[in-house]
Design a protein around this ligand. Structure first.
Ligand SMILES: CC(=O)CC(=O)C(=O)O
Ligand SMILES: [Mg+2]
Length: 216
């Protein structure tokens, strides 16, 4: 099973993402915590892996980094109870939810969908598949991201508003999750800009780290 899930980028059909899921982030932004998880999707064509670069999309002048814990779904499921979610977690990835923030701001200001701002090619850099057993404390694991060596995001998944099981249970009430799908669980406070030529390094405790460069 884990062998097949290592191919999550090929076998998974979708990336479902949660936004504003960290207490530190909502506090910093001065907004109330959401009552239910806020969801959006990214296409799987957004995936890249180490060795490939994040390309700033044409017309974007404000690209933001967001480091996130991704959960790889083990098997098809819907209407999963919070207490049963563990059975459907196949493993994890460390991910960046790259965001064309100016596209995003403009779409929001005009009440238009913001798919492009989150879904452009290269907007989802990911680590290799992380075996479930290698991340047993996923409810309280450190996530960090540096830009050109300076720490920008550094928090624990324990700061999530909705825990991983709560997020997956909620999504599965409305959207069938399938083998290899990835759930991005939101970014901690500290998201911010990156520009052409900068290098980001991100890590999940001492489990995995990865580096990505940004290019025009
Ligand atoms: C709208 C956002 O960029 C928020 C987001 O994706 C998050 O992780 O929070
Ligand atoms: Mg995000």
């Amino acid at each position: 099973m884990a062998e097949r899930l290592k191919q999550f980028r090929e076998i998974g059909k979708k990336i479902v993402a949660v936004c504003r899921n960290y207490k530190g982030l909502t506090a910093a932004q001065g907004i109330p915590n959401p009552k239910t998880p806020s969801l959006f999707a990214k296409p799987t064509t957004a995936y890249i892996t180490e060795g490939q670069s994040i390309r700033i999309p044409e017309g974007c002048n404000l690209l933001y980094h967001e480091v996130e814990l991704g959960v790889v779904i083990k098997q098809k499921c819907s209407n999963v109870a919070v207490s049963d979610v563990d059975e459907y977690i196949g493993g994890f990835v460390l991910a960046l939810d790259m965001t064309a923030k100016d596209f995003h701001n403009e779409a929001k200001a005009n009440s238009r969908p913001w798919f492009l701002s989150k879904g452009f090619d290269t907007s989802c850099p990911v680590s290799d598949f992380i075996e479930k057993e290698k991340n047993p404390n996923y409810r309280d694991v450190r996530l960090w991201l540096k830009v050109d060596g300076a720490m920008k995001q550094d928090d624990s998944t324990s700061d999530m508003i909705f825990s991983v099981p709560e997020v997956i249970s909620y999504i599965s009430k409305y959207i069938t999750l399938e083998e290899g799908d990835v759930v991005l669980t939101g970014t901690p406070d500290g998201q911010g800009p990156v520009t052409d030529g900068q290098i980001m390094e991100a890590g999940l405790a001492d489990i995995v780290s990865m580096k990505f460069s940004v290019t025009k």
